[in-house]
Design a binder for this molecule. Structure first.
Ligand code: B12
Ligand code: SF4
Length: 757
């Protein structure tokens, strides 16, 4: 058998033009990358780094600072740069954002230590394009397939796409030596464990699924794919049209399979779409609750699996656009928060994920877990409905338990999702263990605190479950169902959720739906979690607390504990309330531990509206607390809510004046919105008492719109404020922000442009 030698990396692409490369990172990875390029005779022009070394050069080449200098150089167009290599050990998100904004012609590739930069700049081969090109039929490629198959020996079955299997079977028969070739495209019945298997698929997901399915079924078989063949081809023999430069991404990674274990008591699921780079913290706690019960359970996060399958295929099948079967074009990232609710309720878009959904339904039906639990969070409502419907059709005995954000409020949950057997309302710690136990004993559970049951008799009042107060005895989530690295966006962004406390100590702001009872963890427990995460590669943390200032001394204790343990180089973020007792020294401590950015729910900034919103602080306190924060070197973001009942035009003038006067202590308006009449707020609970009037009967509106009442159906009196007035006030504020060059956050920007249009 003649095994083809692996190709030697060419130093130029298909022409004699030298390749010009810029390396971002004058550090250890930058040095390794430089040495490889230098050895291959590739031209490195200069380095870019956040902190250029003293003397401004690295390996005798200039290092430009990424704070402006490098941008000017890149934009000057002086050199014909073909590649910018990101050789940065940590997250490349900041560099990518800068490069993306510059909109350069150069291709961006990511180098990791131990990698082969020459291979990266050769580009990748798109199998789809390759098989659609005439040259596949050339003897070279057929010969390469034949060589690989001959190496397998014995019997080798071609498995996969029918046409390709047939074509290869016909053309390869005489070339393959030492093995019997079988076209098994029609089925796997004739395959025996140990036979060779050749996967004739060209799309990345099909290859990945075929290999994992075959491995499971034929564990002793040697499996090769068309991708393995391509790896053996000398680059000069690959047609240029099949070469592409994938955008920078974390792929390939081991994407978990859509696979359900048999013999389960409880299958816990999440479905798209969540904010992927942040782990599903609540799901992590429910996983721990189930662990504590001792039942046989599996947690399967389909949100994460669908996400990586989508982006892996988008990038590595070299798709210029992703289109569903009915021709609907999907956004580049359907998970983006500002699009998610629209995207994930659009049937034409959901059609694109039908293969995944069918696999999931088939797996559940075959495995027959006694209980299927789903975490509901608005954007997955439509897929959850579809899943339950399809599973029930084939497996009617299934018991469906739901919980999560949509079920936080007993009036909202049953109205937004109806196809459940049991709905766990609010936190699950105290109710889920008992509920699971009773279901598994075969009971039809009724009138249980914390649970709404389809067996409840009409008129049964909802009684909340007892709250969990002992938060420190609860294990923190380790997301054991997967590698935590999988909670990284396709382009490498990570954000780790931590909860220091549940509920809000203040719990009085009139517009707020998060007024839950305050409970807290211990500093040691929280830092154990942060430390565990840091040891698992996570660096950026977001405190998901409704209000991180419920116990300021606890936050300080967390910072002290982090510093005492030597946890450095992390980035901490969170949202605080303005209150008494803060000092410059307090914020210096927060800064030292890693708080580089804090968001304040300032929400309004006039004496009158602060009272109306029951914020509990004064105009001057805002100035003082934001001033301390800023002076400690922390970036300050604030939120604003416009158009609350009884707000006046004078209030808006005062809010504007206060923002202008305090421009130096505010870096960005992070959230900016007109008042939304949402479930759980004082305005929702006592609308008439707050001066709110409805344009249709209140009960009818509350039934039809359980989460938020659309703005056209309500207004407030004294003075008259409807949505047109709110938007006009928003416009006034925006004009003033523009004049003083105050930026607004991207989510706020999206909300505002929707409101203005
Ligand atoms: C942090 C947070 C976020 C983060 C989520 C980060 C993350 N990956 O976890 C971000 C900013 C992304 C977010 C987004 C949204 N959020 Co939010 N969020 C919160 C907040 C402040 C804390 C949530 C939290 O972490 N709680 C602690 C954990 C442990 O609890 P949990 O996740 O709820 O999980 C518990 C239970 O829900 C239950 N549970 C969860 N899953 C399951 C599954 C089963 C089977 C069972 C039985 C039980 C169960 O058990 C868990 C443990 O007790 C809450 C307010 C609050 N204080 O609760 C609002 C809140 C939950 N969010 C809310 C909303 C509306 C949203 C959005 C829909 C907003 C929007 N329009 O875009 C999106 C939804 C996006 C999505 N699809 O995920 C509302 C829900 C209101 C409602 N429906 O009645 C809340 C209550 C705030 C509010 N009043 O406005 N949110
Ligand atoms: S707005 Fe913040 S401080 Fe006010 S009640 Fe809600 S969570 Fe608490």
């Amino acid at each position: 058998m003649q095994q083809r030698a692996k190709s030697k990396t060419p130093v130029t692409q298909n022409s004699d033009k030298p390749i010009n490369v810029v390396i971002w990172g004058a550090s250890e990875s930058g040095a390794e990358c430089y040495k490889q390029l230098h050895q291959a005779g590739i031209n490195v022009l200069y380095f870019i780094d956040r902190n250029p070394p003293d003397g401004g050069s690295f390996f005798g080449l200039p290092v430009y600072s990424s704070n402006g200098e490098a941008q000017d150089r890149l934009l000057s167009g002086e050199e014909d740069i073909e590649f910018i290599v990101l050789a940065i050990g940590s997250s490349a998100a900041g560099a990518l954002k800068i490069l993306h904004d510059l909109d350069l012609k150069a291709k961006i590739v990511r180098f990791r230590r131990g990698g082969n930069i020459c291979k990266l700049i050769q580009g990748d081969i798109c199998l789809n394009r390759l098989v659609n090109l005439q040259p596949l039929r050339d003897a070279t490629i057929l010969r390469a397939v034949a060589d690989l198959l001959s190496a397998l020996g014995g019997k080798t079955h071609l498995v996969g796409e029918k046409k390709l299997c047939g074509y290869l079977a016909t053309n390869l028969n005489k070339m393959v030596v030492g093995c019997q070739l079988r076209d098994a495209a029609m089925g796997l019945d004739r395959v025996q464990d140990g036979d060779g298997l050749f996967v004739c698929e060209t799309e990345v997901l099909k290859i990945m699924d075929a290999v994992s399915g075959l491995k499971r079924r034929f564990p002793s078989s040697k499996i090769v794919t068309l991708r393995d063949v391509v790896e053996t081809l000398p680059r000069a023999e690959v047609p240029a049209e099949a070469v592409f430069y994938p955008e920078y991404s974390i792929y390939p990674i081991a994407i978990p399979e859509i696979s359900v274990e048999h013999g389960l008591d409880f299958l816990l699921l999440d479905l798209p779409a969540r904010f992927l780079e942040m782990m599903p913290n609540g799901l992590g706690y429910v996983h721990n609750i189930l662990k504590g019960t001792g039942v046989a359970f599996q947690t399967l996060d389909l949100d994460m699996i669908f996400y990586h399958r989508y982006h892996y295929s988008r990038i590595y099948d070299a798709k210029t656009e992703v289109v569903s079967a009915s021709g609907k074009q999907l956004p580049l990232d359907p998970w983006e928060m500002d699009k998610a609710s629209e995207v994930w309720s659009n049937d034409e878009i959901l059609e694109y994920f039908q293969d995944e959904m069918t696999r999931l339904v088939d797996e559940i039906v075959a495995a027959r877990p006694k209980i299927v639990g789903i975490s509901l969070h608005t954007t997955n409502n439509r897929l959850a409905q579809e899943l339950v419907q399809r599973v029930r059709l084939a497996y009617p005995e299934v018991v469906v338990v739901v919980g999560g954000y949509d079920c936080v409020n007993p009036h909202v949950g049953p109205r937004v999702f109806t196809d459940y057997d049991y709905m766990v309302v609010f936190e699950a710690e105290k109710s889920l263990p008992l509920l699971t136990d009773r279901i598994l004993k075969g009971e039809k559970v009724r009138a249980m605190p914390g649970v709404i049951s389809r067996y409840d008799l009409p008129g049964t009042p909802f009684v909340p479950a007892a709250l969990e107060y002992d938060l420190q005895s609860m294990d923190f989530p380790k997301y054991e169902w997967t590698d935590v690295k999988n909670y990284t966006s396709y382009n490498g962004v990570q954000l780790t959720p931590i909860i220091l406390s549940r509920g809000c100590k203040w719990s009085r702001c009139t517009f707020c739906g998060e007024r839950f009872e305050f409970r807290k963890r211990t500093a040691v427990d929280v830092v154990n979690e942060i430390e565990w995460m840091v040891n698992n590669g996570r660096k950026v943390f977001h405190f998901n607390d409704s209000d991180l200032s419920g116990d300021p001394q606890l936050v300080r204790a967390v910072c002290e504990e982090m510093l005492a343990r030597g946890i450095r180089g992390v980035d901490l973020q969170g949202q605080l309330r303005v209150q008494k007792g803060y000092s410059l020294e307090y914020f210096k401590m927060l800064k030292a531990a890693g708080f580089n950015q804090l968001r304040y729910g300032v929400d309004t900034w006039s004496a009158h509206t602060l009272k109306l919103q029951k914020k509990g602080y004064t105009v001057d306190m805002i100035k003082e607390v934001l001033g301390y924060t800023k002076a400690a070197g922390i970036t300050v973001y604030i939120n604003l809510v416009i158009g609350i009942p009884h707000e006046t035009e004078d209030d808006i003038s005062e809010i504007i004046q206060n923002i202008v006067d305090n421009r130096d202590v505010v870096d960005r308006i992070e959230n900016l919105n007109t008042l939304m009449l949402g479930a759980g707020s004082v305005y929702w609970e006592d609308p008439e008492g707050q001066g709110i009037r409805f344009r249709r009967p209140r009960e009818e509106l509350y039934n039809e719109f359980p989460r938020f009442i659309p703005s056209q159906y309500w207004y407030s009196e004294e003075p008259y404020i409807d949505q047109a007035v709110r938007v006009e006030r928003l416009r006034r504020i925006l004009d003033s922000l523009k004049k003083i060059g105050m930026p607004i956050g991207s989510f706020a920007d999206w909300r505002v442009s929707n409101l203005l249009s």
